[in-house]
Every structure is written in structure tokens, then in C-alpha cells.
Design a binder for this molecule. Sequence first.
Ligand code: NDP
Length: 280
Amino acid sequence: MGALDGKVAIVTGGTSGIGEKIVEAFVAQGAKVVMAARREDEGRALEKRLGVRFVRADVAVEADVKAVVDRTVEWFGRVDCLVNNAGIPSPMVSITEIDIATIDQVLGVNVRGVALGVKHAAPVMISQGTGSIVNIGSVAGLRGGLSAHIYGASKGAVQALTRSLAAELGEKGVRVNCISPGAIVTGIFGKNAGLEGSKADRVVGVLKEGFATIQPIPRAGLPEDVAQAAVFLASDGSGFVNGQDIAVDGGQTSVTRGWSATVAGRAAMAKRIKDAAAAL
Ligand code: NDP
């Protein structure tokens, strides 16, 4: 028996990275999945491989998002879970050099996209009296200095939107939670470096070594790590979890520096103190 048996889920941005692994995990747990993204070839390939339905959609466009929800209801008669995963990075530039069109584009996908998904899926969930919405935030919304300014701002907005929506929709039986991933090995970093989407997806392996040293857990974060948290939040097992942000970051945002560095730093400090005392 799967944790999501009988459930119908919409996952945005399922054509690569974290979204693709969420789709795989949901299917493995028994859900019927409709995935929405812009790349047609990747979407159709997943349809064939996993038996899911693909709807080509840009989450920043309201008519597209409405069509995704409408098609899902048409095919399956309900929507139990919406994962607002689609997101884009923003350029790593100084605020003094920021291009205003980029602000609109990043907020359009990362924030308006989430709001539109909820706007159109919530009425279906409210009429059912049940539903679970999972937004994908980022540790960049929790801490400064981890990513680009506008990207961080957009993810902070997703976290705040999650809490606000949980207040309204919780009263109607619909839970809204957020997952904030740390450094996860996906093509988003290649895209941020200027690579075309599918090419970025094919070179993710080079990130693993560097990502293994960012957080206390000594390995890179993987899309599967985020997918397992999404399964939990989509399932009835999280029935009393609402308005929360779960950081799937290997402890990155819980610690200032690693334990080994702390021990070494304290040993060096103790030696300086003893040396100073010996010279008295
Ligand atoms: P990817 O670039 O691999 O995935 C992004 C997905 O979003 C793709 O499937 C892409 O599909 C889709 N997408 C982008 N823009 C749109 C749009 N306008 N409409 C519909 N779909 C869109 O990156 P990740 O898997 O890493 O990112 C997934 C989420 O996780 C994002 O929200 C990201 O911000 C977040 N995240 C990632 C972290 C990481 O370290 N990887 C850390 C913290 C958060 P297509 O191009 O086909 O439209």
C-alpha cells in the first residue's frame, strides 16, 4: 500500500530536477499525477516513462494554470495535492546592477506562479473539504548570502505566502506547507550559469563534490531527499501539519559552522589563552 494511494496530485515543474523526482515518488506511492511545465519533449517523455499526464503550461500565465487544474478535474474528478515546485534562478549580480525586467520575471514565476496555482486548485480542494498544498521555497528565503537577491526575496515571499494561506485554507480542510531545500544537485545551477535547460540537466554530476561540504551531513543533497518530504506533506500522515516550512538542507541553516571547524577553532583559542597565561 502506498502513502498516496487514490490521491490525485498536480506537480508543477516536473520536467527535471526536484520536480521530476517528486513525480516519480508520488507515482511510486500510488498517486495519479498531472505534471505541468514548459518543455514539451521532456514532459511527453515522462508521460511515457511514468504513466503520468503532462500539460504544457507556464505557471506565470493564469490561463495556463487554470487549464492544468481544469484538465486534472476533467481526467480524475478531484485534486488532492498541489506541489508548486516550478521555479527559476536569478542572476548573481549586485543590487546596483539589477535589471528590472529580471525582477518581474523571477517574481512572476516564483511568486505569482505559486499564488496562481493555489488560486485555481483551492476551490476544488475546498469543495472536497480536503487537500494538501506543498510550496517549494528555499534556504535562500531564510538566510542572506546564500543566493541572488531577487531569488532569495521570491522564496521568502513563498514562505510568507504559505503561512498566510494556511490561515485561510486550514479553516476549510486544506493544509498549506512549504519545503525549503538546501543545496540540491539539479540543473538550476547550470541554468544560472547560462546553459540551456536540457544541457544544464545533463551536467549536474559536477556539483556533487562541492555540495558535500556545505552542511553537516557530508554528502550532496539530492532531489530524492526533497521528494520524500513532499510525499509526507501530501499524505494523510501529515494531517495536522499546516503552515510549516520544512528545511531539507542537511542542517545547513541550523548551524553556523561545522563541528570540526568549531572544535579546531576552540582548541586554537585555548592554546592562545594558555600561551598568554604562561607568559605572565
Ligand atoms: P530545475 O531547473 O531542474 O527545475 C525547475 C523546473 O521548473 C523545471 O521542470 C522547469 O521546467 C520548471 N519551470 C521553470 N519555469 C517555469 C514556468 N514558467 N512554468 C512552468 N514550469 C517552469 O531546478 P530544481 O529542480 O532545482 O528546482 C525546483 C524548485 O526547487 C524551484 O522552485 C527551485 O527554486 C527550488 N530550489 C532548488 C534548490 C536547489 O538547490 N536545486 C534549492 C532551493 C530551492 P520547464 O523548463 O520545462 O518549464
